[in-house]
Design a protein. Structure first.
Length: 88
């Protein structure tokens, strides 16, 4: 039986990644917060790191353009191509 207080190496790594993501998001300016469930749900995926994607003006423009619509909910995700290829 596994003790719920035990932490495996994977959990520690996941916790560090989650903390890092929370830190980045807390410093972010220009995020749009909407209630989920818009008629059109979009997830923009940028195939590189957070910092590279956030400095791409085209990516930011599309995000803003979509979220300016009242019927659209747009979220962002950043993913390295090698991570995508590894999951296949």
């Amino acid at each position: 039986m596994v003790n719920r207080n035990d932490v495996c190496a994977g959990d520690a790594v996941n916790r560090k990644l989650t903390d890092k993501a929370d830190e980045l998001l807390s410093k972010e300016k220009g995020s749009v917060f909407k209630e989920p469930g818009g008629r059109i749900n979009v997830c923009l995926i940028y195939p590189n790191t957070y910092h590279v994607g956030m400095s791409n003006l085209g990516f930011q423009g599309i995000y803003t353009l979509l979220n300016d619509r009242s019927d659209t909910l747009c979220e962002r995700h950043f993913c390295l191509m090698r991570m995508i290829l590894m999951s296949m």
